[in-house]
Write a protein that binds this ligand. Structure first.
Ligand code: HAM
Length: 420
């Protein structure tokens, strides 16, 4: 017996008709993003490991245990991208995009890789649609616009019940003081925390706030809130973001525990959840990363904000609300009857396909009954019958499959009809 292969754990194939839904969602994203003046950037799937280590942070789960890292022949460490914000910033600096006036608005669509424990809504190769706005301004109106944009996309796709959670995690001035305070408070309750949270007291105390461990929840709710420790500038920024959201009629809930799992964030952070997903219910995460361009060797003073939507989870949520996708319908089945009609049928099929109609036809001579059965199986809307009698008159029989009605048409009449 020959060995049969399977897709690697945590990866999967997206087959038709599901792939049609993916295309539809990605197409909607392109339309909405273009409407907000965002333009596509196509990025490599791997980078020098250092790009992610420096931006996402060496103590984060993503960098410390989830990256697919391998050595180039010269010893350079490379990694499959676990996310794309770092790559966007690398490219922004490399190509001097900061010389453009105003904001640079970019979006990307594609796979990311994280070695996480696979489960529903969590894969090792997963897909994101992401947007980033970089430039000299950190005006709160940008935060609000970026958030509005993803909500408009979600709404246009028809997903119901998405909820927006908002927080500010401060800046280089106020956060270190808060983190120290948090560490001191965490040490007092250390013995009651699980091993992950205990470890994070030293490495990344903010991440304890993000813990999902049931038994830790009563302890975490009593910890000091970052929102009570923002500096004046961060407080004003956060209040302004909220006013800007209200101006746009966007509802949100503040969640002071929303710290996100990547180190580059400062000030605004947000997440969007969707119903029907169980534990992995975050369909989108994002926030402001004002220091990141400088951290990766770019000029000081460039600000950035963006989000990434997890397409896999988004589609899971969408499919739980909408009826299953049906196979994409076929426009026309061309049935030819007997060798003399084959050439005419081939020519017709090609002409129709040039008009972007989806067309199927038999490769070998097939009886009419069998052809009609096949056309039905393929959910063809029409069958065009190319028979010898028709050929003599320079006409074709057009059969509407739902009603069984037939009419005899010339080619130009046929094309007129199908156009309608
Ligand atoms: P993130 O929160 O790590 O942020 O990922 C964004 C979204 O990607 C998540 O909300 C989730 O829907 C999806 N996601 C993450 N990991 C997985 C997985 N293993 N399987 C399936 N879906 C997953 C970022 O990646 C940031 N780069 C977002 C950002 C852009 N911040 C600023 N700009």
């Amino acid at each position: 017996m020959k060995r049969r292969f399977q897709a690697v754990k945590g990866t999967r194939d997206i087959l038709p008709p599901e792939s049609a839904l993916w295309n539809r969602v990605e197409q909607t994203a392109r339309e909405v993003l273009a409407a907000y003046n965002y333009h596509e950037i196509r990025l490599p799937l791997f980078e020098e490991t250092e790009v992610f280590a420096r931006s996402v942070g060496v103590d984060t789960d993503i960098v410390s245990k989830e990256m697919y890292t391998f050595a180039e022949r010269d010893g350079t460490s490379l990694s499959l991208r676990p996310e794309a914000t770092a790559s966007v910033v690398r490219a922004y600096i490399e190509h001097g995009l900061f010389q453009q006036p105003g904001l640079t608005k970019l979006y990307y669509i594609g796979p990311m890789f994280r070695r996480e424990r696979p489960q529903k809504g969590r894969y090792r190769q997963f897909y994101q649609i992401g947007a980033e706005a970089l430039g000299p301004s950190d005006h709160p109106a940008i935060d609000a616009e970026v958030i509005e944009m993803v909500l408009v996309f979600i709404e246009r796709c028809g997903l119901k019940g998405a909820a927006l959670y908002l927080n500010s995690i401060g800046c280089g001035t106020c956060r270190p003081t808060y983190v120290e305070l948090l560490r001191r408070e965490l040490k007092k309750v250390e013995s009651r925390l699980g091993p992950d949270s205990q470890r994070r007291i030293e490495t990344n105390p903010l991440r304890v706030l993000d813990s999902k461990v049931e038994g830790e929840q009563p302890i975490i709710t009593k910890l000091p809130s970052i929102l009570d420790h923002l500096c004046a500038a961060c407080r004003e920024h956060f209040e302004h973001v909220q006013r800007a959201l209200k101006d746009r009629g966007i509802t949100y809930q503040i969640n002071p525990r929303l710290v996100r799992g990547l180190d580059y964030y400062m000030r605004t952070t947000f997440e969007i959840t969707a119903p029907g997903l169980g534990a992995q219910d975050a369909i989108c995460g994002g926030g402001r990363y004002d220091g990141l361009v400088e951290l990766l060797g770019g000029p000081a003073g460039v600000k950035g904000i963006g989000w990434a939507l997890g397409t896999d989870r988004f589609l899971l949520a969408l499919s739980s609300q909408q009826s299953a996708v049906s196979a994409e319908a076929l426009d026309v089945y061309v049935a030819w009857l007997g060798e003399p009609t084959r050439r005419e049928a081939l020519r017709l099929a090609r002409r129709l396909r040039e008009k972007n109609l989806s067309v199927e036809m038999a490769y070998e001579d097939t009886k009419l009954r069998k052809s009609l059965e096949l056309a039905n199986k393929l959910s063809a809307r029409y069958t065009i019958i190319v028979g010898e009698d028709e050929l003599k008159q320079g006409k074709f029989t057009l059969r509407e499959m739902s009603s069984g009605q037939q009419q005899l048409l010339t080619e130009s009449e046929l094309r007129e009809w199908l156009k309608r």
